[in-house]
Design a protein around this ligand. Structure first.
Ligand code: P53
Length: 478
């Protein structure tokens, strides 16, 4: 094969909370993201105790996709998307999370959304949990630290998989489930699991307990999903920021290997259905006691995933004798991270490395031999609209183009089985890590600003026309 396969899926990716808005419409409940304020580079977002008067919560309105999705989907169709990745807001379906019956208005919203996509020949790719569990479950139950939340999640997943069984074929369970291995910044545990690790006596031990609950929940959902529709393809989703050894000093190489365990831990369990030896050894060494039910071992084994969804934005380098503070970092760094002198960073400090994408694909494919799906990749930048209304985002075209070139090598030269590519934030959305609007990823510009002002009008950027051509030529013209 010298080209990408003809059925390669091309599209864009978003998450419900980052674009829908309508945070209290259609009987939607308050989600964990609805209590997060806006930050900026180096200034973390605050997590408030409920929705407070006088605070600005950027996700409450976001870009109002909730009422404008038809217009936006028409633009995606114009670019030639063959798939579109979004998430279902759990709080639209079960507003508090512990109800027995789903909310019909919420279910209807996604019915209409998926119908609109299918009408344009766009395949929906759906994440069940993308940083938005009901706030009630975080506040009253302690989030996924509590085993009961597994049952609530499975109930929610079954409700939507049943409802959309003839509309959605591709599913993923937990978005970037591995973000929470950084327990020193509360945003990650909060958004992955509704847990603030800083409040726990031993954050890492709690993190593994939470992880176990989510891995069991994911496996149960895979099992149930296959009963609902055996043709479902159900994957996991990992934020893959590879760690390179800073040098060929064997100590650096070994620290990179150890650091990569942070990346492999979750997919190792999702794909193989059991805990890897290095984790069992870590638990033993540190005296961690992770509570497991007798049936869990079988559940993990029987609920392994069909494919691996991944996000790729950057790489990281580690040095054995470095000490880094990661408490305010959003760049996938570990305590041994150092800047890589061979690559440049974005304005938000994310290190740009297209070759790292091929390295990631090859590494994952050789380890797991499962189909891979790049469900996020993109470049967050400040875009300037000119007087005539045009936006010349050549830097974004350069970023995406160089990454697409590398993914092609992974398929054509290395034989990686790659299902598709969805560019992150195909329309400008609220930044996850900072809550800003000015960190933009889109092919479509949205007139909205950090302070919440703006007309919400949509405009095509230069990259819109570029991506359309990439898709039309199945990646040949980059
Ligand atoms: P924003 C770290 C490393 C790679 C991906 O982020 C990451 C992160 C942050 O945890 O997150 C993903 O908007 C996430 C999206 C998010 C996107 O990256 O902060 O799945 O929800 O918007 C980009 O620039």
């Amino acid at each position: 094969m010298t080209r990408l396969p003809n059925d390669f899926l091309w599209g864009g990716a978003v998450a419900a909370h980052q674009l829908e808005g309508g945070w209290n419409k259609g009987y939607k409940g308050v989600s964990i993201v609805d209590v997060m304020t806006a930050g900026t580079k180096g200034v973390p977002r605050k997590i408030t105790d409920g929705v407070l008067e006088g605070e600005y919560y950027p996700n409450h309105e976001a870009i109002d996709f909730y009422s404008r999705y038809k217009e936006d989907i028409a633009l995606f169709a114009e670019m030639g998307f063959t798939c579109f990745r979004t998430s279902i807001a759990w709080t639209r379906i079960f507003p508090n999370g512990d109800e027995l019956e789903p909310n019909e208005e919420g279910l209807q919203f996604y019915d209409d959304l998926f119908d609109e996509l299918l009408h344009h020949g766009i395949e929906p790719v759906v994440t069940l949990s993308h940083f938005e569990m009901p706030y009630h479950l975080a506040k009253e139950y302690g989030g996924f630290a509590n085993r009961k939340v597994v049952d609530f999640f499975v109930r929610y997943a079954i409700a939507v998989m049943n409802r959309y069984k003839d509309k959605v074929k591709y599913w993923m369970t937990f978005n970037e489930i591995n973000n929470q291995t950084n327990t020193s910044a509360d945003i990650f545990g909060w958004t992955c699991s509704g847990v603030r690790y800083s409040e726990h006596e031993n954050p890492m031990e709690t993190m593994y307990q939470v992880a176990h609950h989510e891995l069991v929940a994911s496996a149960l959902v895979v099992k149930e999903g296959k009963i609902i529709n055996p043709t479902f393809e159900i994957g996991c989703m990992i934020a893959f920021v590879p760690f390179y050894p800073y040098s060929c000093n064997p100590d650096d190489v070994m620290i990179a290997t150890e650091s990569m365990h942070e990346r492999f831990f979750f997919p190792d369990v999702h794909v193989r259905g059991y805990y890897p030896s290095y984790i069992r050894k870590e638990w033993e060494r540190k005296g961690y006691k992770i509570n497991m039910e007798p049936e869990d071992e079988a559940i993990l084994k029987e609920g392994t995933v069909d494919f691996i969804g991944l996000s790729y934005y950057m790489s990281n380098a580690v040095k054995a004798d470095a000490e880094t503070d990661t408490s305010a970092s959003t760049d996938g760094a570990s305590k041994h991270s150092v800047p890589n002198p061979y690559v440049k960073a974005s304005d938000w400090g994310w290190q740009i490395d297209p070759v790292g994408l091929r390295y990631t694909l090859v590494t994952l494919y050789e380890r797991y031999q499962l189909p891979l799906f790049i469900v996020e990749n993109g470049f967050g930048a400040i875009d300037e609209m000119r007087e005539d209304g045009t936006i010349e985002d050549d830097y974004r075209i350069a970023y995406l183009g160089s990454h697409i070139e590398e993914l092609k090598k992974a398929v054509v030269l290395d034989g990686v089985d790659l299902m598709g590519y969805t560019a992150w934030g195909c329309i400008d959305v609220i930044s996850f890590t900072t809550g800003e609007m000015k960190k933009r990823y889109g092919f479509i510009y949205v007139d909205k600003h950090n302070d919440g002002t703006g007309s919400l009008m949509r405009s095509k950027k230069k990259s819109f026309h570029w991506y359309k051509n990439v898709i039309a030529t199945n990646g040949e013209k980059v």
